[in-house]
Write a protein that binds this ligand. Sequence first.
Ligand code: KPL
Length: 305
Amino acid sequence: MKTVIIGAGAMGCLYAAMLARAGKEVWLRVRNKAHADTIRTRGLLIEESDRPWHIPFERITSEPALLGGADIVILFVKAYDTAEALSSIAGIISDKTTVVTLQNGLGNVEHIRRYVPEHQILAGTTAHGANVVSTGHVRHAGVGETVFGPVTAAGKKRVGAVKELFEQAGITATIANDVNVLLWGKLIVNIGINPLTAIMRIKNGQILDYPPLRETMHKIVQEGAAVAAALGVTLPYPDPVRKVEDVCKATAQNISSMHQDIRAGRKTEIGQINGAVVSYGDKLEVPTPVNSMLANLVQTMEQLK
Ligand code: KPL
């Protein structure tokens, strides 16, 4: 069973290291040749609360042609790079390949569908907290579940092999029946936490420490929940505001992925997170003024010199 992980950010490196540690054949595909060379030379270093661990990692390349075929492809690139990533690795996908997206944001499945038949696609979320310290060096800030499921009923028979692969590597995995509900459930968490932590440059838990910020988070989440309801999506929890507060507490020490992007001067996933809520809101005539304002602010921050 050969697994190819696309993207060597925090999550890509973490999952690659865990699978390699379990003796699995796992490859990493990165865009940047210098990053590939660094990881091939130094291996992957994972810092955990008790102690760091290291694993040599030579199966990494920036050249898709060197990857050969793949049984499982796991996508961990930023959501705005999904289409490019898929077009670059189209050659390694056959009718046997299962493509798994565990990325943030909306729109990933729609991009993957253009290259891969629906019954070969699994989609889901990861609740692991991880930050990049330097190339191939990751701080594993929090252990969480990986939840995923098939995009269509015909994909059901593919979930078992992926769940087994994860579990053999110590990655706790749960199967979800309704992927749309799952993705919207995670989206609502991301719209409430990511832009506020990126703009204020704070850790996730600090949103709850400042009443005006906490109130703003409530408004963002209520708008998102109204859009989900208008779309006919029943969120996987009864009280969205409470859910986001719980995630703020559970990941209190995390630097959210959007905050990490802003810190590193990278483009963020704001378009696929709060921007996606605004787009659906516009189509469904559900007002989303707070999400829209935050999307504008984060987009401006990406451009600030
Ligand atoms: O998914 C996350 C992210 O940072 O993108 C959360 C859940 C907010 C954890 O940091």
